[in-house]
Structure formats: C-alpha cells, structure tokens
Design a protein around this ligand. Structure first.
Ligand SMILES: N[C@@H](CCC(=O)N[C@@H](CS)C(=O)NCC(=O)O)C(=O)O
Length: 264
C-alpha cells in the first residue's frame, strides 16, 4: 500500500439522523448517493444506532468527547479524522453540512459565484421544506396535528395557493436563466449540485403531501417538471438509490399526506 493511502475501517462520513423516515437526513443522503460517496447511516444500519443520534444532541451536554459542541437537532454528520487534533468533527444544520460536503464531493459549483448560488438556492428550497412542515404543525411542533387542525387548514391553503406557486415560479425562472449551460437540468452551471438534489427532494415531498394540488400545477412549470425533475431522478447513483430499500418512503415526517390539507 502506498504510504499516503490511509486505511479506513469505516467510511469517514457518518450520518446521524432519525431512522425509518427520509426527513432532513435525506438531503445529505442524496448528496452522497449522487456522487457514489461511501457513508454510514448509523440509525438505519444498526439496531441501537439511534443511541448515537440521541447522544449527539444530548441536551445536558456542553461539549462532546471529541471536543465538538453538541448538535441542536438532527441531521448531524460525523467526519472521522477531520476534527481538532485528528478527532472526529461533528457538523449539524442541513445546509451547513451540504456546504461542507459540496466542495469535497464535487457538488458545490465551479467558482465562487456558482458556490454562492448553489448555497442560496439550497436555502430557498429548504425554506419551502420548512413552510410545508408548518402546514401540519402551524402552532406547535411538539403538539399533535389533531390539536392544531383548524389552523393547519388555513396554513395549508395559504401555502398551496400563495407560497408553492411563488417558490416554483422562482425555480422555473432560474432553470430558464441557466438553460444555455444547464439545459433545464441544473439550477447552476452545467452539472449536478446539491441545490438540484435538495430541490428535487422537496418537489418529491410536495407530490406526496399535496398530490391534487401538484397535479393541477405541474403543467405550469415546464422546465421544473418536464426536464429538471425527471432528469435528477434518472441521474446516475440517484436512480439506483431511489429504487433501493435505502430510500425510505414518506410517512409521518416533514411531508405528510392529509387529504383535507390538499386541494379539494
Ligand atoms: N434547521 C435545522 C432543522 C433541524 C430539525 O428541525 N431537525 C428535526 C428533524 S428533521 C428535529 O429532530 N428537530 C428536533 C427539535 O427541533 O427539537 C436543519 O436544517 O438541520
């Protein structure tokens, strides 16, 4: 073995996220899968892996055993050997993790301007993700949907009628503006970025949560649903992943299907 080659007993990237749902962990998984990057999905791969998720967000901790601040909430990414003094580094906040990974795995864009736009579009897609979460939990994240149903109906109507068209219209314009380089397939430049994988997942979640609303609206956004969506879905690495058992179905996470919140 060459002297510069490091032996690894495990992938250096360890995703820490709740098991069994796509959730916000999915934005990180898609970046890994689209680039064929090896990673461990601890809570989905081992029975007691959830303990590692709970430990990294320990609400009594001030610092972890490796010198990292505890994460506020999952997802977190542990990167073995990249922290202080060669210890594991713990990152949290979905866009911060993607921003870190983007450069390392070739999903960040080609120059400073691209990198900014990739991050900004990602944050915008995640804003939409958060607004969709609030359609079923408009009042209190920790309370049941059934306890805030009346407000949820109002919030969902506004998100469907005002916010979804505003976000989708924006991304449609971005795809059109980048058509010369991206051919409608990429938001920034001429190759896949983590902004594309992030937006794709939000769109797939919208289709699950609001099937009637999306069916009625998709034809208004030709680039988004005619070119971008199928192209990202067919991207090498993603296509195989999406057909695998590693892709968890939507259920009771951020994207939920309550028929009464959809277009009537
Ligand atoms: N802005 C954070 C949000 C993190 C977040 O809300 N995580 C959820 C799961 S998707 C969670 O478990 N939250 C627990 C909490 O906020 O107490 C991110 O994008 O990573």
């Amino acid at each position: 073995m060459s002297a510069t080659k490091k032996t690894r007993t495990q992938p250096p990237y360890e995703l820490l996220y709740w098991p069994g749902i796509p959730g916000r962990g999915e934005f990180i998984r898609l970046a890994f899968e689209a680039t064929g990057t090896s990673y461990t999905d601890t809570a989905n791969e081992s029975k007691d892996g959830i303990q590692a998720v709970l430990a990294m967000k320990d609400e009594n901790a001030t610092i972890d055993a490796d010198g990292n601040p505890p994460a506020f909430a999952p997802p977190a990414l542990r990167i073995h050997g990249e922290g202080k003094d060669g210890k594991p580094l713990l990152l949290y906040q979905t866009p911060a993790i993607l921003n870190y990974l983007g450069d390392k795995i070739g999903l960040a864009g080609e120059d400073e301007a691209d990198k900014h736009w990739v991050l900004a579009h990602t944050l915008t897609a995640l804003d939409l993700n958060n607004e969709v979460h609030d359609t079923h939990h408009p009042i209190a994240t920790a309370k049941y949907y059934e306890d805030q149903k009346e407000e949820a109906l109002k919030k969902a109507a506004d998100v469907r009628e005002q916010r979804i068209p505003k976000f989708l219209g924006y991304f449609e314009r971005i795809l059109k503006g980048n058509a010369a380089k991206g051919g409608g397939k990429y938001l920034v430049g001429g190759k896949l970025s983590y902004a594309d994988t992030t937006l794709w997942h939000v769109l797939s979640g919208l289709k699950f949560a609001f099937p009637k609303e999306m069916e009625a609206r998709e034809k208004e956004y030709e680039s988004l649903f005619g070119t971008f969506y199928p192209s990202v879905q067919e991207h090498s690495g993603l296509k195989e992943y999406l057909a695998s058992e590693r892709r968890k179905p939507f259920s009771m996470g951020i994207f939920r299907h309550y028929p009464e919140l959809d277009r009537q």
